[in-house]
Design a protein around this ligand. Structure first.
Ligand code: FAD
Ligand code: NAD
Length: 466
């Protein structure tokens, strides 16, 4: 029996960050993980490998389509897919080794195995035939999420695959059919389209990335078209049939129009479900919500004293940084501190190129809530930095309160949006007005000047460069 102050179940970006912060606060900590490596979905099969392939494929795309305009002549670039995948694996393995280092450095007890609750303060951890008991005053569940399956298109792991297999293919597909035009669909679809595959995205809702601001989805569809990605919105997949190395997908589009697609892979990316399998939460009397998530209050406490939950396994967007911030806030509350965590300021990024980034409500959200707002939008084609880089597609949109000018939401489609959104998060954390951003000096020439211009546009329609 091991006795610790804090036991964390799951070593994803939620769990390992919680464990490190707990150790910093002076708690004795056990971190329990059922997989061979630490890092969870994000480091092993999610954020990191997908971004590694997104970067490699974007470089290939640039070499093919952009070098020439910059005056760079290269012989026709070729793909060494095996090397591209090896690099991705090297990035993943060095990143997960980094987590092992952090665990050791912070004197966290790492336990390998699957944890199950015996009672609110005791876990049984099983690893093969061995069993170990861990007793803890506080137990934090950070068990994350797993892929959601589509009953009419069951996974076979070979031709009908999830993001995990899609990031581990042995060769570039000829035609990848993606079911779900959300974040995974458009990111992995972009990777293979850039590498030369035909990609078709079938989305149930009227537009791609339907949870984000409508203008972003519309611009994205136009941009993906240039990459030779076909998108079918308002389309319901009925079935997928595997025949040797091919899969045939039957779907129904707008006005009941039948759609038939044949490809070599079907990637099902219709969302993820909270993962609580085998935890034994029922023994504690914890009831899951309708989406199978663990209900918690704003201090991440479950209905049972001493048991907490954070990350993908609770409500809110399924994002790595959200999981980490919740873990830090949760353990700081346990330590009696007063952490700052604002669930309304979780930035969302889509790593297509151009990138998409958002924080705060969309225009549709504001309209639905009846909130009076002002809007300022600035196109990258009016930015000197963007033109110098041949990256003038997209815009920055700032939404501000009609009366007070407080920034309510910022939505971007454009070069380096993933990094630029932090300026909006800082501004909104300190409840800045659009005028505040408009008055701040931004270095020239930078992409961030587009944020200043959009803010000037929102505050009193006085951008300089349009
Ligand atoms: P997870 O990372 O899922 O970790 C949970 C861990 O708990 C797992 O390691 C699991 O093995 C372990 N576990 C579960 N049950 C038990 C048990 N009973 N005992 C012991 N261990 C257990 N998010 C971003 O913010 N940016 C991105 O760019 C991004 N890209 C993504 C790309 C893909 C393809 C995917 C699939 C996801 C991506 N995400 C991204 C989402 C991100 O991966 C998740 O939001 C994040 O990993 C959630 O962290 P978590 O710690 O809550 O859960
Ligand atoms: P998602 O929720 O982003 O997108 C799923 C899409 O599938 C939605 O557009 C939905 O309307 C559509 N859909 C649902 N059922 C369908 C059906 N039967 N037929 C056709 N379309 C259908 O989910 P995802 O793309 O699977 O990603 C899972 C999670 O991982 C997301 O919550 C996301 O936040 C996270 N993730 C984040 C990043 C990032 O931050 N860059 C990258 C990848 C994944």
């Amino acid at each position: 029996m091991k006795t610790v102050d804090v036991a964390v179940i799951g070593a994803g970006p939620g769990g390992y960050v919680t464990a490190v912060r707990a150790a910093q606060l002076g708690f004795s900590v056990a971190l329990i993980e059922k997989e061979k490596t630490l890092g969870g979905t994000c480091l092993n099969w999610g954020c990191i490998p997908s971004k590694a392939l997104l970067d490699s494929s974007e470089l290939f795309h640039q070499a093919q389509h952009q070098f020439e305009v910059h005056g760079i002549q290269v012989s026709k670039p070729k793909i060494d897919f095996k090397q591209m995948m090896t690099r991705k694996e090297d990035v993943v393995s060095s990143t997960v080794k980094g987590i092992d280092y952090l665990v050791k450095k912070n004197k966290i007890t790492k336990i390998s195995g699957t944890a199950q609750f015996q009672d609110a303060n005791t876990l049984v951890v099983t690893n093969g035939k061995e069993e170990e008991r861990v007793q803890a005053t506080h137990i934090i569940v950070a068990t994350g999420s797993d892929v959601a399956s589509l009953p009419s298109v069951p996974f076979d792991g070979k031709r009908i695959i999830s993001s995990r297999e899609a990031l581990e293919l042995k060769k570039v597909p000829e035609h990848m059919i993606v079911i779900g035009g959300g974040v995974i669909g458009v990111e992995i679809g972009s990777v293979y389209a850039r590498l030369g595959a035909k990609v078709s995205v079938v989305e149930y809702m009227p537009r791609l990335i339907p949870t984000m601001d409508e203008e972003l989805g519309r611009q994205l569809a136009k941009s993906l078209k240039k990459l030779n990605i076909s998108t079918y919105v308002n389309t319901k997949v009925e079935s997928a049939t595997v025949n040797k190395n091919k899969v045939k997908v039957l779907a129904t589009g707008p006005q009941e129009k039948a759609l038939e697609l044949e490809g070599d892979y079907v990637l099902v990316a219709i969302g993820r479900r909270a993962y609580t399998d085998g935890l034994g939460l029922d023994k504690l009397g914890i009831e899951l919500d309708q989406q199978g998530r663990i209900p918690v209050n704003d201090k991440f406490e479950s209905s049972v004293k001493g048991v907490y939950a954070i990350g993908d396994v609770i409500q809110g967007p399924m994002l790595a940084h959200k999981a980490s911030e919740e873990g830090v806030a949760c353990i700081e509350y346990i330590a009696g501190q007063h952490p700052h965590y604002d669930p309304n300021l979780v930035p969302g990024v889509v790593y297509t190129w151009p990138e998409i980034a958002s924080v705060g409500p969309s225009e549709e959200d504001l309209k639905r809530d009846g909130r009076a707002y002002k809007k300022g939008s600035f196109p990258f084609k009016a930015s000197g930095r963007a033109r110098a880089s041949e990256e003038s597609e997209g815009f920055v949109k700032v939404l501000a309160d009609e009366k007070t000018d407080e920034i309510l939401g910022v939505h971007m489609f454009g070069p380096r949006a993933a990094d630029m959104i932090s300026e909006a998060v800082v501004a909104m954390t300190y409840r800045a007005s659009a005028e505040d951003i408009g008055m701040m000096m931004h270095a020239h020439p930078t992409f961030t000047e587009a944020i200043k211009e959009a803010a000037l546009m929102a505050t009193d329609k006085r951008p300089i460069h349009i």
